[in-house]
Design a protein around this ligand. Structure first.
Ligand code: A2P
Length: 222
């Protein structure tokens, strides 16, 4: 009967506690500010502007999108494939409302998005959908062969007209290049970590000290 129906949210995920949200936003802003001033970045500015000569202000280029979180399962109120199965998983029910410590291990920037890579622990992987990477294979073919959890990220900002779903795809693209053996071009040792360029406007900063971000596993309804 209707009372047994589960109400399926828009998405499930880990929601960063407010104290760490500010820290992550500041770190990301610092990174964008610094990246913008690097000669190596200026050399490839055309990836962002489409025009030589033109300058870009990265802090203005990206729009922040709501509260910082790492999506586990996008459910679209049950319309997304596998949504109901996910919502009914015992681990999802058991961990609902629990606090975890996410490790943000890298920041990445593309002409579309800026995000933080999340390196999941074995326990956190219990909440990760089996098909999250495979589902992206139509856009990033190599994604299906990447390890489970590769797509885990926090969207920090999107360029005008870009949807947040793009952030995970951008991350998968960079990880696929790494897996194919593309080292990228080590550009600079920054205070925050080492900066690598993967072509086509794709930048990855591996953090020297991963950011430990306490986050609550929960769900979002609009
Ligand atoms: P992300 O997890 O990269 O931030 P929106 O605001 O576009 O409706 O999306 C709500 C949230 O769900 C965002 O966090 C977004 O991306 C994520 N999301 C949207 N669509 C998908 C999808 N098809 N697959 C996975 N995550 C999605």
């Amino acid at each position: 009967g209707p009372l047994e129906e589960v109400s399926i949210p828009f998405y499930f995920g880990w929601f960063l506690l407010s104290s760490v949200q500010d820290k992550v936003r500041c770190t990301s802003m610092d990174f964008l500010k610094t990246l913008d001033t690097l000669e190596a970045f200026k050399k490839h500015m055309i990836d962002f502007t489409g025009k030589a000569e033109k300058e870009v202000d990265l802090e203005q280029y990206f729009e922040a999108k709501g509260t910082l979180h790492c999506t586990t399962k996008f459910c679209d109120y049950g319309k997304a494939e596998g949504a109901k199965e996910y919502a009914l998983k015992p681990t999802v029910k058991d961990f609902y409302g629990s606090t975890f410590e996410l490790s943000l291990s890298a920041l990445f920037v593309t002409p579309r998005t800026v995000g933080a890579r999340v390196s999941l622990t074995e326990e956190q992987l219990l909440l990760w959908p089996d098909d999250a990477e495979k589902e992206a294979a139509s856009v990033v073919p190599a994604a299906a062969s990447l390890p489970l959890g590769s797509r885990a990220h926090v969207t920090l900002g999107c360029a005008e007209g870009v949807e947040p779903v793009q952030t995970g795809l951008d991350l998968l693209e960079i990880l696929a290049l790494q897996q194919e053996g593309q080292q990228g071009e080590l550009v600079e040792e920054m205070e925050l970590g080492s900066l690598t360029y993967y072509g086509e406007g794709r930048w990855l900063l591996s953090l020297r000290e991963p950011i430990c971000a306490p986050a609550c596993f929960s769900s979002f309804y609009t």
